[in-house]
Write a protein that binds this ligand. Structure first.
Ligand code: FAD
Length: 389
């Protein structure tokens, strides 16, 4: 079995590394940390100019036809450089969905500015009363002449404060079974009647609650058929699961190793020489390697032309759960100092362990909770009976 990514990916990795060296602003990581906004327009636009927003897309669609292994190398480098990629990750899902099921007019209108890094999209699925059970959405869209009027509320609309459009799941028919009365729209976030309220999570990220009161959208912004929104969502959710999830555990692991090698205890010994420290770091490194191999498996499935659905769930479930357990081990290893946050005086590992500890818990929720991922693996991967309707 060949575990390396091959010469083509290695050379692309080098290209990405050099590019990031020149284009990552000095304050990028601090800014994302301080604002909780995991998107940096400066890097995003630079990626757009380079043709790397959707580098895997065929050239006729504005990509570079990069293969899944080159994309793996690119994602590795973005992650290791600490580039905040939420805007890129969620926009790729929407853009791929538009490419798959949008009208010609929608492709012409939305894809070029997306590919240039000029606009990003937000995902408007979750509501106060429906998250995992996403098809229970209540936000209404009612026909009005040749357009629609939208009323409702969404929860966790991440990056709505930076995005041009929200990919909105609405209910157009309340009188049929829940999956059959849904319709998707691309709603401009500067439309009259849209309100965006910040929500700061314990993981440090800023997300938003968004409100829609009498928001008018033309029918041209409907994606897919009226009442056929679940078919569109199925495409979008498959792209999300097969996708772009990035774990920061390997970066924090390296930072912790560097810190342990350079820090001495009062008795003069280096932290790294403590066998219990080494054991924990070794366990974490093993988990990281398993997560990397599960991600590689997704790349492999994509390289065969299939969509990595269950494989994406396996990767997401494993890295989120392993990262949560590992972060707790690291905090424990650092003792009371383990809860000193980034930016505070004398924080070990510059406070990134404390940050990982808070953030890891959140990764078990977004993009489908761990329970939901287990359910997908059990029902679709192992053929066990479904627990959800
Ligand atoms: C930081 C952050 C960013 C997010 N960004 C976005 C975004 O941009 N757009 C968006 O639309 N959403 C976003 N979300 C929402 C996220 O997708 C939902 O929070 C998630 O799907 C869970 O939904 P919920 O919060 O309503 O919890 P619920 O669905 O109410 O779940 C509550 C608990 O019950 C469990 N549970 C639910 N159903 C089952 C089941 N069938 N079997 C077993 N256990 C079950 C869950 O695992 C969980 O532990 C974000 C969330 C967070 C935290």
């Amino acid at each position: 079995m060949e575990f390396r990514l091959g010469a083509k990916s290695d050379s692309f990795r080098e290209e990405v590394r050099t590019f990031l060296r020149d284009h990552v602003p000095a304050d990028m990581v601090e800014r994302a940390h301080d604002t909780g906004t995991n998107h940096d327009w400066r890097v995003h636009r630079a990626l757009g100019e380079q043709g790397w927003i959707a580098a895997s897309w065929p050239e006729e669609y504005g990509g570079q036809g990069r293969d899944p292994f080159e994309m793996t190398a690119m994602r590795d480098e973005l992650r290791l450089a600490g580039v905040p990629t939420d805007g890129l990750g969620q926009s790729v899902i929407v853009a791929r969905t538009i490419r798959a099921v949008g009208t010609e007019e929608q492709k012409q209108r939305f894809l070029p500015p997306f590919l240039k890094g000029e606009i990003i999209f937000a995902l408007g699925y979750t509501e106060p009363d429906s998250g995992s059970d996403v098809a229970a959405a209540k936000t209404r869209a009612v026909r009005d002449g040749d357009g629609w009027v939208i009323e409702g509320q969404k929860m966790f609309t991440t990056l709505a404060h930076e995005a041009a459009y929200v990919f909105l799941l609405t209910r157009t028919n309340p009188d049929v079974p829940k999956h059959r009365g849904l319709t998707m729209f691309l709603v401009p976030l500067d439309a009259p009647g849209v309100e965006i309220h910040p929500v700061h999570t314990m993981g440090g990220e800023r997300t938003n609650a968004t409100f829609y009161s009498g928001v008018r959208v033309p029918d041209a912004l409907r994606v897919g058929e009226v009442d056929g929104g679940w078919d569109v969502m199925t495409v979008a959710l498959t792209f999300e699961r097969g996708g772009f999830a990035l774990s920061e555990a390997d970066r924090v692991w390296q930072q912790t190793v560097d810190w342990a090698e350079g820090t001495r205890r009062p008795d003069g010994t280096r932290v790294i020489d403590d066998p219990l420290v080494r054991e924990r770091l070794a366990n974490m490194r093993i988990n990281d390697e398993v997560a990397r191999l599960l991600a590689l498996r997704c790349s492999y499935v994509a390289a065969t032309g299939a969509m990595p659905g269950v494989e994406g769930s396996m990767h997401k479930l494993f890295y989120a759960e392993a990262m949560t357990a590992d972060a707790a081990e690291l905090v424990d290893m650092l003792g009371v100092d383990g809860v000193v946050a980034h930016g505070e005086l004398d924080a070990p590992v510059d406070g990134w362990v404390e940050h990982l500890y808070r953030h890891a818990a959140v990764t078990t929720i977004y993009g489908g909770t761990s329970e939901v991922q287990r359910d997908i693996i059990a029902s679709r991967g192992l053929g066990l009976p479904r627990s959800r309707r």
